[in-house]
Design a protein around this ligand. Structure first.
Ligand code: SF4
Length: 341
C-alpha cells in the first residue's frame, strides 16, 4: 500500500490486484465490498469478484455501470450496503469527496525498458526540451525514462498539477495542469502510454506538439494536428452562436458535479437575452437529449463529452469556455481547454 497521506481518510492506493490488497481488505473488516472496474476490464470483472471474495472471505458486489474515472466511484445509492469500495484502474482524485472508504488499485504496468524507449525517442527526432506526461499505469517509468533521456542530452521537465491530480506527470482526461505548469519551458510534450485519448486532451490543453510513445510496443507516434482539433471546436462554437434556448448539463457524479459553474453560466446566458435550462443527469446518454425544444447545450460534467463524443449528440454540445466564446465573452483564440479543477 502506498502512502495515501494526501488523500481523504479511508483512501488507500495499491499498484495492482494481489496479496497486499487482499490483506488490507481483510484488515478493514468490511461487511460488504463493492468492486468497480473500468470499461476495459469488464470482461474480467466476474473473475475479479470471485478472486476478491475467495481471498478475503468478504461478500463482494459488482458495480455494473461502466466507469470512466475516479470521478464517478459507486454512490451510496448504487451500493447501499457496501462499506468499502475497491476501484480498479484509476488513481484517486484528491479533491473529490468519497462516500465510503475506498481502495484504488491503479493497475501499474511493471514493463517497459527506459533505455530502449529513450533510443526510440532520439531516432524519431523528438524535440530536446521535452515535457513528460504519463497515464497512471505507466507512471513508474517516468523517472528512469526521464533519466535515460537526460543522459542523451534531453532537457526533461515533469510538472505537478493542482489538487485534482494525485501525482506529478499524471495525465487525467479533464486536467493537464501538470503539463501546463512546465509548458513555457519545453518545445514539445511526450505522452507515455497507449491510445489517443490523452494525446488529444493534451493537445487541446497545451499549445505544444504532443508526441506519444507506447511503452510496451516501443512505438513513437508523431504529434496530433492541434490546429484541426481546435478548428473543429471553433466550428461547433460558430454553429451554436445564434442558439436562443440552451440546455446546461449537470452531472450528479461526485467528481463531475459543477453546479456553481452551471448557475453562473445560466446567469451569463440570461444576461445575453438567451433562455437557459439546467438539466440534471448521472451518466449522460445522447438519447436523453433527443426531442427537446433546445437549440444547443453546454456541458459542465466531463469535458471530454463535448470534445470526443459530440458527433453522437443531436445538437451542438459546448464546454463552458466554448459557451462563453459563443456568447462573445471570450475570444476564439487562444483556444481554452475546459480544465476541471
Ligand atoms: S471528468 Fe472525465 S476525464 Fe475527468 S476523470 Fe472523470 S471521466 Fe475522466
Amino acid at each position: 500500500m502506498s502512502d495515501a497521506g494526501s488523500f481523504a481518510p479511508g483512501t488507500a492506493v495499491f499498484p495492482r490486484v494481489g496479496p497486499e490488497l487482499f490483506e488490507a481488505v481483510r484488515a478493514a473488516h468490511p461487511q460488504r465490498v463493492v468492486l468497480q472496474v473500468p470499461a476495459g476490464l469488464v470482461r474480467n470483472a466476474t473473475d475479479l469478484v470471485e478472486r476478491l471474495r475467495t481471498e478475503t472471505g468478504v461478500p463482494v458486489v459488482l458495480a455494473a455501470r461502466a466507469c470512466f474515472g475516479a470521478c464517478d466511484v459507486p454512490s451510496r445509492d448504487e451500493a447501499p450496503r457496501a462499506d468499502l469500495a475497491v476501484v480498479l484502474g484509476h488513481a484517486p482524485i484528491p479533491n473529490v469527496a468519497l462516500p465510503r472508504p475506498t481502495f484504488f488499485v491503479e493497475m501499474r504496468e511493471p514493463g517497459g525498458d527506459p533505455v530502449r524507449l529513450a533510443d526510440r525517442v532520439v531516432e524519431a527526432g523528438v524535440p530536446r526540451r521535452l515535457g513528460l506526461v504519463a497515464s497512471v499505469q505507466h507512471l513508474d517509468l517516468v523517472d528512469p525514462f526521464g533519466d535515460a533521456l537526460t543522459r542523451r542530452g534531453y532537457d526533461v521537465r515533469v510538472g505537478r498539477g493542482d489538487r485534482r491530480l494525485a501525482y506529478a506527470a499524471q495525465a487525467l482526461g479533464c486536467n493537464y495542469t501538470g503539463a501546463e505548469a512546465v509548458a513555457a519551458d519545453v518545445d514539445a510534450f511526450l505522452f507515455l502510454g497507449t491510445g489517443r485519448f490523452h494525446p488529444i486532451g493534451l493537445a487541446f490543453a497545451v499549445d505544444r506538439p504532443v508526441w506519444s510513445i507506447d511503452p510496451l510496443q516501443e512505438l513513437v507516434e508523431p504529434p496530433i494536428d492541434r490546429g484541426t482539433l481546435v478548428r473543429r471546436r471553433q466550428l461547433a462554437v460558430a454553429t451554436a452562436r445564434d442558439a436562443r434556448r440552451w440546455g446546461i448539463l449537470v452531472s450528479t457524479f461526485a467528481g463531475q458535479n459543477r453546479s456553481p459553474t452551471a448557475l453562473a453560466l445560466q446567469e451569463r446566458a440570461r444576461s445575453h437575452g438567451r433562455e437557459a435550462e439546467i438539466l440534471m443527469f448521472d451518466r449522460l446518454d445522447p438519447r436523453d437529449l433527443e426531442g427537446r425544444a433546445l437549440d444547443a447545450y453546454v456541458n459542465t460534467a466531463c469535458p471530454r463529452i463535448a470534445l470526443d463524443d459530440s458527433a453522437s449528440y443531436p445538437k451542438p454540445v459546448l464546454t463552458p469556455p466554448e459557451f462563453l466564446m459563443a456568447l462573445g465573452e471570450l475570444p476564439l483564440e487562444p483556444y481554452r481547454f475546459d480544465t476541471y479543477h
